[in-house]
Design a protein around this ligand. Structure first.
Ligand code: HPA
Ligand code: ZN
Length: 333
């Protein structure tokens, strides 16, 4: 079966660091890891909640020191995403996670951007970069980093908001997002992953975001669901992430089918694929196995991802045509 063509809209590039690459970069940079080997590191990938994952995610970033390290991580992701059927990727980078370790903004931005630059020529995948701010750090720090990004004319299309959600509502970042809007940047935010539905309201009304990342807790608030449906606000849902971070008990308990049935504009993404047991193709394969999604539903999810992307009309229409062709090439359900 040919791969379902999709747009990846919720992907943290640092969450694509595979254990093998972590060890390779550690060797290159003479960093001693607190794990014996790749197997020993993999054994740490048992999470109880978002914070337990974030602790390891940030710790493993210690191996990223040079532009080449950031470029190698990004190239490895692009190759894997291409194999998964990704045709367009909007990629999150966490600049503050590197700045606090003494890695300059230019190093991480230029390294990732260098790898993205030849993605279209190499394998026909369009890409763009989104700088995500860490909500468990001060808003003043985020604003300072945003000003630096704007001053250096960084190759970003927008900003996002991630990291530990509970206790760090979107309202804390109103000024940061106002500045981003004024600079003509697109705005998205994680909300309703572990945080209450009120965080989704705030992201929409106070931050003016065009998409909600995760948003699975929206179903707890009927008025919110009605608004999300009426305005067709994109929710970038990451099923394997939600299972591994224990937001849901098992994939069979995942709200995705209910969200689709309610008419929400959901699409499927991989979040931090090296930590959560799978890339976009793995997410689709497991969803198909668990819920028996058919050709029409898969094509619908893929089309939602393309329509929710920050793409021009021409590229968007090319990718929607590819999805139609994929649908027509599938055996009848
Ligand atoms: N949630 C919040 N912040 C993150 C995540 C996530 O799943 N991955 C990387 N940063
Ligand atoms: Zn995420």
């Amino acid at each position: 079966m040919s791969r379902l063509p999709t747009a990846e809209l919720h992907l943290h590039i640092e969450g694509t660091l595979e254990p093998e690459l972590i060890f390779e970069l550690a060797r290159r940079n003479a960093i001693v890891l607190p794990y014996r080997d790749v197997e020993d590191l993999r054994k740490q990938y048992e999470f109880t909640d978002l914070q337990s994952f974030l602790d390891l995610y940030y710790a493993n970033m210690a191996v990223l020191r040079t532009e080449q390290d950031f470029a190698d991580m990004t190239s490895a992701y692009l190759a894997r995403a291409h194999a998964a059927g990704v045709r367009h990727a909007e990629i999150f980078l966490d600049p503050q996670a590197h700045l606090v370790r003494g890695v300059p903004l230019e190093t991480c931005i230029n390294g990732v951007a260098a790898a993205l630059r030849d993605s279209e020529a190499r394998n026909g995948m369009s890409t763009s970069l989104i700088a995500a701010f860490l909500r468990d750090r001060p808003a003043e720090e985020a604003l300072g980093v945003l000003e630096q990004l704007i001053a250096m004319d960084a190759p970003i299309i927008g900003i996002g908001l991630d990291s530990a959600e509970v206790g760090h509502p979107p309202s804390k970042f109103t000024a940061v997002f106002a500045r981003a809007h004024a600079a003509g940047l697109k705005c998205v935010a994680h909300a309703g992953e572990e945080g209450e539905p009120g965080y989704i309201w705030e992201a929409l009304d106070l931050l003016g975001v065009a998409r909600i990342d995760h948003g699975i807790r929206a179903l707890e608030d009927e008025v919110l669901v009605q608004r999300l449906v009426a305005e067709q606000i994109p929710l970038t849902v990451c099923p394997l992430s939600n299972v591994r971070l224990r937001s849901v008990d098992t994939l069979a308990d995942h709200p995705l089918p209910r969200m689709l049935a309610r008419g929400l504009n959901v699409s499927v993404h991989s979040d931090d694929p090296s930590y959560f047991g799978g890339y976009l193709d793995d997410n689709f394969a497991q969803l198909t196995g668990t819920f028996g999604l058919g050709t029409e539903q898969l094509a619908q999810l893929a089309a939602n991802s393309v329509r929710s992307a920050f793409l021009g009309a021409e590229r968007s229409s090319t990718l929607l045509d590819e999805i139609d062709q994929w649908r027509d090439s599938q055996p009848a359900d």
